[in-house]
Write a protein that binds this ligand. Structure first.
Ligand code: KG4
Ligand code: ZN
Length: 333
Protein backbone atom coordinates (compact mmCIF):
# COMPACT_ATOMS: atom_id res chain seq x y z
CA UNK A 1 0.00 0.00 0.00
CA UNK A 2 1.29 3.44 -0.96
CA UNK A 3 0.19 6.10 1.54
CA UNK A 4 0.33 9.87 1.22
CA UNK A 5 0.96 11.41 4.67
CA UNK A 6 0.14 15.02 5.56
CA UNK A 7 1.24 16.89 8.70
CA UNK A 8 0.42 20.51 9.65
CA UNK A 9 -0.04 20.49 13.44
CA UNK A 10 2.40 23.28 14.26
CA UNK A 11 4.95 25.22 12.21
CA UNK A 12 5.94 22.65 9.57
CA UNK A 13 3.92 21.87 6.46
CA UNK A 14 4.91 18.34 5.53
CA UNK A 15 3.92 15.65 3.03
CA UNK A 16 5.41 12.22 2.40
CA UNK A 17 4.80 9.11 0.36
CA UNK A 18 5.53 5.87 2.21
CA UNK A 19 5.28 2.28 0.98
CA UNK A 20 3.95 -0.39 3.34
CA UNK A 21 4.50 1.72 6.43
CA UNK A 22 8.29 1.64 6.33
CA UNK A 23 9.83 2.57 2.99
CA UNK A 24 9.99 6.36 2.61
CA UNK A 25 9.71 7.24 -1.09
CA UNK A 26 9.66 10.99 -0.41
CA UNK A 27 9.43 13.29 2.61
CA UNK A 28 9.10 17.05 2.18
CA UNK A 29 9.14 19.39 5.19
CA UNK A 30 8.58 23.10 4.69
CA UNK A 31 9.57 24.85 7.90
CA UNK A 32 8.22 28.23 8.97
CA UNK A 33 11.13 29.05 11.29
CA UNK A 34 11.97 32.21 9.31
CA UNK A 35 8.52 33.63 9.97
CA UNK A 36 8.33 32.87 13.69
CA UNK A 37 11.89 33.34 14.92
CA UNK A 38 11.56 37.12 15.34
CA UNK A 39 8.69 36.52 17.79
CA UNK A 40 10.63 33.89 19.76
CA UNK A 41 7.88 31.29 19.29
CA UNK A 42 5.11 30.12 16.96
CA UNK A 43 2.37 32.69 16.18
CA UNK A 44 -0.69 30.46 15.47
CA UNK A 45 -2.49 32.79 13.05
CA UNK A 46 0.64 33.34 10.93
CA UNK A 47 1.32 29.60 10.99
CA UNK A 48 -2.18 28.73 9.67
CA UNK A 49 -1.89 31.23 6.84
CA UNK A 50 1.52 29.89 5.84
CA UNK A 51 0.15 26.31 5.81
CA UNK A 52 -2.52 27.44 3.33
CA UNK A 53 0.18 28.80 1.01
CA UNK A 54 2.43 25.75 1.32
CA UNK A 55 0.11 22.75 1.36
CA UNK A 56 -0.45 22.35 -2.39
CA UNK A 57 3.21 22.80 -3.50
CA UNK A 58 4.47 20.57 -0.66
CA UNK A 59 2.05 17.74 -1.51
CA UNK A 60 2.80 18.05 -5.24
CA UNK A 61 6.55 17.90 -4.59
CA UNK A 62 6.22 14.84 -2.33
CA UNK A 63 4.24 12.98 -5.01
CA UNK A 64 6.62 14.02 -7.78
CA UNK A 65 9.76 12.96 -5.87
CA UNK A 66 8.18 9.63 -4.85
CA UNK A 67 8.16 8.61 -8.53
CA UNK A 68 4.58 7.32 -8.17
CA UNK A 69 1.58 8.27 -10.29
CA UNK A 70 -1.47 9.70 -8.60
CA UNK A 71 -3.33 6.48 -9.40
CA UNK A 72 -0.74 4.43 -7.47
CA UNK A 73 -1.43 6.22 -4.16
CA UNK A 74 -4.07 4.13 -2.45
CA UNK A 75 -4.40 5.68 1.00
CA UNK A 76 -4.14 9.00 2.83
CA UNK A 77 -3.06 9.58 6.44
CA UNK A 78 -3.37 13.01 8.03
CA UNK A 79 -2.55 14.42 11.46
CA UNK A 80 -5.81 14.94 13.36
CA UNK A 81 -4.31 16.30 16.64
CA UNK A 82 -3.02 17.33 19.09
CA UNK A 83 -1.77 20.69 17.82
CA UNK A 84 -2.85 24.19 16.87
CA UNK A 85 -6.45 24.01 15.64
CA UNK A 86 -6.08 26.49 12.74
CA UNK A 87 -2.94 24.71 11.54
CA UNK A 88 -4.42 21.21 11.84
CA UNK A 89 -7.54 22.27 9.92
CA UNK A 90 -5.50 23.22 6.85
CA UNK A 91 -3.89 19.80 6.42
CA UNK A 92 -7.01 17.94 7.58
CA UNK A 93 -9.46 19.68 5.24
CA UNK A 94 -7.04 19.40 2.33
CA UNK A 95 -6.47 15.68 2.97
CA UNK A 96 -10.19 14.92 3.26
CA UNK A 97 -10.95 16.67 -0.02
CA UNK A 98 -7.97 15.04 -1.74
CA UNK A 99 -8.89 11.52 -0.62
CA UNK A 100 -12.63 11.81 -1.26
CA UNK A 101 -12.20 13.35 -4.69
CA UNK A 102 -10.09 10.32 -5.62
CA UNK A 103 -12.30 7.87 -3.76
CA UNK A 104 -9.45 6.41 -1.74
CA UNK A 105 -9.48 5.61 2.00
CA UNK A 106 -8.28 8.15 4.58
CA UNK A 107 -7.43 7.89 8.28
CA UNK A 108 -6.70 10.50 10.95
CA UNK A 109 -3.44 9.97 12.84
CA UNK A 110 -2.53 11.12 16.33
CA UNK A 111 0.64 13.24 16.10
CA UNK A 112 2.15 11.60 19.20
CA UNK A 113 1.51 8.09 17.87
CA UNK A 114 3.19 9.31 14.69
CA UNK A 115 6.32 10.24 16.63
CA UNK A 116 6.31 6.86 18.41
CA UNK A 117 6.01 4.98 15.10
CA UNK A 118 8.78 7.13 13.55
CA UNK A 119 11.22 4.70 15.10
CA UNK A 120 10.13 2.08 12.55
CA UNK A 121 11.60 4.28 9.81
CA UNK A 122 15.15 3.18 10.55
CA UNK A 123 17.50 0.33 9.67
CA UNK A 124 16.97 -1.59 12.90
CA UNK A 125 13.36 -1.13 14.05
CA UNK A 126 12.50 -2.23 17.61
CA UNK A 127 10.62 -5.33 18.61
CA UNK A 128 7.41 -5.07 20.62
CA UNK A 129 7.10 -4.41 23.47
CA UNK A 130 9.42 -1.45 23.95
CA UNK A 131 9.58 1.70 26.03
CA UNK A 132 9.63 5.02 24.15
CA UNK A 133 10.69 8.42 25.41
CA UNK A 134 8.88 11.07 23.36
CA UNK A 135 10.64 14.42 23.70
CA UNK A 136 9.48 17.33 21.57
CA UNK A 137 8.62 21.02 21.70
CA UNK A 138 5.10 20.34 22.90
CA UNK A 139 5.34 17.01 24.71
CA UNK A 140 7.53 14.94 27.00
CA UNK A 141 6.21 11.49 27.87
CA UNK A 142 7.18 7.87 28.36
CA UNK A 143 5.13 5.07 26.78
CA UNK A 144 5.01 1.31 27.02
CA UNK A 145 4.43 0.41 23.37
CA UNK A 146 2.87 -2.95 22.59
CA UNK A 147 1.80 -2.51 18.95
CA UNK A 148 1.75 0.11 16.20
CA UNK A 149 -1.64 1.20 17.50
CA UNK A 150 -1.23 0.70 21.23
CA UNK A 151 0.91 2.71 23.62
CA UNK A 152 0.28 2.99 27.37
CA UNK A 153 1.25 6.33 28.89
CA UNK A 154 3.61 5.73 31.84
CA UNK A 155 4.41 9.37 32.64
CA UNK A 156 4.41 12.88 31.22
CA UNK A 157 5.54 16.39 31.98
CA UNK A 158 3.49 18.34 34.48
CA UNK A 159 4.59 21.70 33.09
CA UNK A 160 6.99 22.55 30.23
CA UNK A 161 8.02 20.07 27.56
CA UNK A 162 11.76 19.39 27.31
CA UNK A 163 12.02 21.12 23.91
CA UNK A 164 10.06 24.08 25.21
CA UNK A 165 12.56 24.42 28.10
CA UNK A 166 15.44 24.34 25.58
CA UNK A 167 13.69 27.05 23.53
CA UNK A 168 13.07 29.24 26.58
CA UNK A 169 16.66 28.96 27.83
CA UNK A 170 17.93 29.90 24.35
CA UNK A 171 15.63 32.93 24.45
CA UNK A 172 16.99 33.95 27.89
CA UNK A 173 20.49 33.82 26.42
CA UNK A 174 19.34 35.78 23.32
CA UNK A 175 20.33 32.93 21.04
CA UNK A 176 17.27 32.77 18.77
CA UNK A 177 14.44 30.34 18.01
CA UNK A 178 14.06 27.36 17.89
CA UNK A 179 16.67 27.01 20.60
CA UNK A 180 17.19 23.25 20.98
CA UNK A 181 19.78 22.83 18.27
CA UNK A 182 21.52 26.11 19.21
CA UNK A 183 21.85 25.02 22.87
CA UNK A 184 22.97 21.56 21.74
CA UNK A 185 25.78 22.99 19.56
CA UNK A 186 26.79 25.53 22.19
CA UNK A 187 26.83 22.91 24.97
CA UNK A 188 29.38 20.90 22.97
CA UNK A 189 31.81 23.79 23.48
CA UNK A 190 31.05 24.27 27.20
CA UNK A 191 31.88 22.50 30.45
CA UNK A 192 28.85 20.87 32.07
CA UNK A 193 30.64 20.70 35.43
CA UNK A 194 31.18 24.44 35.82
CA UNK A 195 27.63 25.58 36.58
CA UNK A 196 25.36 23.04 38.24
CA UNK A 197 21.62 23.30 37.81
CA UNK A 198 19.11 21.33 39.91
CA UNK A 199 17.62 18.07 38.60
CA UNK A 200 13.93 17.71 39.33
CA UNK A 201 13.02 14.06 39.58
CA UNK A 202 9.65 14.62 41.34
CA UNK A 203 8.75 11.18 42.69
CA UNK A 204 11.83 9.06 41.92
CA UNK A 205 9.66 5.98 41.48
CA UNK A 206 7.24 7.72 39.09
CA UNK A 207 7.64 8.72 35.47
CA UNK A 208 6.30 12.27 35.46
CA UNK A 209 8.62 15.15 34.59
CA UNK A 210 8.93 18.81 35.53
CA UNK A 211 11.25 21.18 33.66
CA UNK A 212 10.03 24.58 34.79
CA UNK A 213 12.26 24.57 37.91
CA UNK A 214 15.39 23.91 35.83
CA UNK A 215 14.43 26.66 33.43
CA UNK A 216 13.82 29.09 36.33
CA UNK A 217 17.21 28.16 37.84
CA UNK A 218 18.89 29.23 34.58
CA UNK A 219 16.92 32.49 34.62
CA UNK A 220 17.98 33.15 38.23
CA UNK A 221 21.62 32.45 37.36
CA UNK A 222 21.46 34.91 34.46
CA UNK A 223 19.90 37.60 36.66
CA UNK A 224 22.53 37.08 39.37
CA UNK A 225 25.40 37.29 36.86
CA UNK A 226 24.37 40.14 34.53
CA UNK A 227 27.93 40.95 33.47
CA UNK A 228 29.27 37.43 33.09
CA UNK A 229 26.47 35.35 31.59
CA UNK A 230 27.20 36.23 27.98
CA UNK A 231 30.74 34.92 28.21
CA UNK A 232 29.55 31.88 30.14
CA UNK A 233 26.80 30.98 27.63
CA UNK A 234 28.48 27.72 26.55
CA UNK A 235 28.90 26.55 30.16
CA UNK A 236 25.32 27.55 31.00
CA UNK A 237 24.06 25.62 27.94
CA UNK A 238 26.18 22.59 28.87
CA UNK A 239 25.06 22.69 32.51
CA UNK A 240 21.38 23.04 31.60
CA UNK A 241 21.51 20.31 28.93
CA UNK A 242 23.27 17.99 31.38
CA UNK A 243 20.53 18.52 33.99
CA UNK A 244 17.66 17.91 31.52
CA UNK A 245 19.26 14.86 29.92
CA UNK A 246 20.14 13.33 33.32
CA UNK A 247 16.46 13.33 34.28
CA UNK A 248 15.25 12.07 30.87
CA UNK A 249 17.79 9.29 30.90
CA UNK A 250 17.11 8.25 34.51
CA UNK A 251 13.34 7.97 33.95
CA UNK A 252 13.68 6.10 30.65
CA UNK A 253 16.01 3.49 32.18
CA UNK A 254 13.70 3.07 35.15
CA UNK A 255 10.65 2.71 32.89
CA UNK A 256 12.38 0.01 30.82
CA UNK A 257 13.16 -1.85 34.01
CA UNK A 258 9.61 -1.57 35.36
CA UNK A 259 8.02 -2.60 32.05
CA UNK A 260 10.55 -5.44 31.64
CA UNK A 261 11.57 -4.28 28.15
CA UNK A 262 14.96 -4.84 26.52
CA UNK A 263 14.22 -2.43 23.70
CA UNK A 264 14.05 1.34 24.21
CA UNK A 265 13.48 4.24 21.82
CA UNK A 266 13.82 8.01 21.82
CA UNK A 267 11.62 9.99 19.41
CA UNK A 268 10.58 13.62 18.78
CA UNK A 269 12.52 16.80 17.98
CA UNK A 270 14.71 16.62 21.10
CA UNK A 271 15.80 13.08 20.17
CA UNK A 272 18.17 14.91 17.80
CA UNK A 273 20.08 16.23 20.84
CA UNK A 274 23.65 14.92 20.75
CA UNK A 275 24.10 15.06 24.53
CA UNK A 276 20.89 13.06 25.08
CA UNK A 277 21.76 10.46 22.44
CA UNK A 278 25.23 9.89 23.88
CA UNK A 279 24.04 9.64 27.47
CA UNK A 280 21.24 7.19 26.66
CA UNK A 281 23.46 5.19 24.30
CA UNK A 282 26.08 4.69 26.97
CA UNK A 283 23.60 3.81 29.75
CA UNK A 284 21.68 1.46 27.45
CA UNK A 285 24.93 -0.37 26.64
CA UNK A 286 25.71 -0.71 30.38
CA UNK A 287 22.26 -2.19 30.98
CA UNK A 288 22.21 -4.42 27.89
CA UNK A 289 19.27 -2.55 26.37
CA UNK A 290 18.91 -2.11 22.63
CA UNK A 291 18.43 1.55 21.72
CA UNK A 292 16.49 2.70 18.65
CA UNK A 293 16.51 6.29 17.36
CA UNK A 294 15.00 7.47 14.05
CA UNK A 295 17.24 9.31 11.58
CA UNK A 296 17.65 13.02 12.49
CA UNK A 297 15.31 14.19 9.69
CA UNK A 298 12.55 11.96 11.08
CA UNK A 299 12.98 13.15 14.72
CA UNK A 300 11.39 16.56 14.15
CA UNK A 301 7.90 16.97 12.72
CA UNK A 302 7.47 15.25 9.35
CA UNK A 303 4.76 13.45 7.37
CA UNK A 304 6.61 10.17 6.83
CA UNK A 305 5.84 9.18 10.42
CA UNK A 306 2.16 10.06 9.85
CA UNK A 307 1.99 7.93 6.69
CA UNK A 308 3.85 5.07 8.43
CA UNK A 309 1.34 5.10 11.31
CA UNK A 310 -1.68 5.59 9.05
CA UNK A 311 -0.69 2.51 7.06
CA UNK A 312 -1.40 0.25 10.06
CA UNK A 313 -4.78 1.89 10.71
CA UNK A 314 -5.78 1.65 7.04
CA UNK A 315 -4.73 -2.00 6.98
CA UNK A 316 -6.83 -2.67 10.09
CA UNK A 317 -9.86 -1.16 8.32
CA UNK A 318 -10.08 2.20 10.11
CA UNK A 319 -11.66 5.03 8.10
CA UNK A 320 -12.16 8.72 8.82
CA UNK A 321 -15.87 9.64 8.99
CA UNK A 322 -16.92 12.52 6.75
CA UNK A 323 -17.82 14.70 9.76
CA UNK A 324 -14.59 13.98 11.73
CA UNK A 325 -12.93 17.01 13.33
CA UNK A 326 -9.44 17.88 14.53
CA UNK A 327 -8.51 18.06 18.26
CA UNK A 328 -6.07 20.35 20.07
CA UNK A 329 -5.31 18.37 23.22
CA UNK A 330 -3.91 14.93 23.99
CA UNK A 331 -6.61 12.26 23.60
CA UNK A 332 -7.02 9.28 25.89
CA UNK A 333 -7.55 6.09 23.92
O1 KG4 B 1 8.98 17.16 17.34
P1 KG4 B 1 9.17 18.60 17.03
O2 KG4 B 1 9.71 18.98 15.69
O3 KG4 B 1 7.84 19.39 17.19
C1 KG4 B 1 6.89 19.14 18.19
O4 KG4 B 1 6.07 18.21 18.02
O5 KG4 B 1 6.96 19.86 19.23
O6 KG4 B 1 10.13 19.21 18.17
C2 KG4 B 1 10.58 20.52 18.15
C3 KG4 B 1 11.42 20.77 19.40
C4 KG4 B 1 11.80 22.24 19.57
O7 KG4 B 1 11.52 22.63 20.90
C5 KG4 B 1 13.31 22.25 19.29
O8 KG4 B 1 14.01 23.26 19.99
C6 KG4 B 1 13.70 20.87 19.76
O9 KG4 B 1 12.65 20.03 19.32
N1 KG4 B 1 14.98 20.41 19.19
C7 KG4 B 1 16.06 20.12 19.95
C8 KG4 B 1 17.10 19.78 19.06
N2 KG4 B 1 16.61 19.86 17.77
C9 KG4 B 1 15.30 20.25 17.89
N3 KG4 B 1 16.23 20.15 21.28
C10 KG4 B 1 17.45 19.82 21.76
N4 KG4 B 1 18.50 19.48 20.94
C11 KG4 B 1 18.37 19.45 19.61
N5 KG4 B 1 19.40 19.12 18.84
ZN1 ZN C 1 5.96 16.75 16.92
Amino acid sequence: MIVLGIESSCDETAAAVVENGEKVLSSIVSSQTDIHHRYGGVVPELASRKHIESIVPVVNEAIQISGKNLSEINGVAVTQGPGLIGCLLVGFSFAKAWAWSRDIPIVGVDHLEGHINSVFICDNPPQFPFVALLVSGGHTSIYHVTSHMQARLMGRTRDDAAGEAFDKVAKMLNLGYPGGKIIDDLAARGDSGKIKFPRSYLDKDGFDFSFSGMKTAVNRYIQNHPNEYNEQAADIAAGFQDAVTDVLCFKLMKAAQEAGCNHIAIVGGVAANKGLREKIRSQAADKNLTLHIPPIEICGDNAAMIAATGFHYLKAGHRLPLDADVYSRIQKK
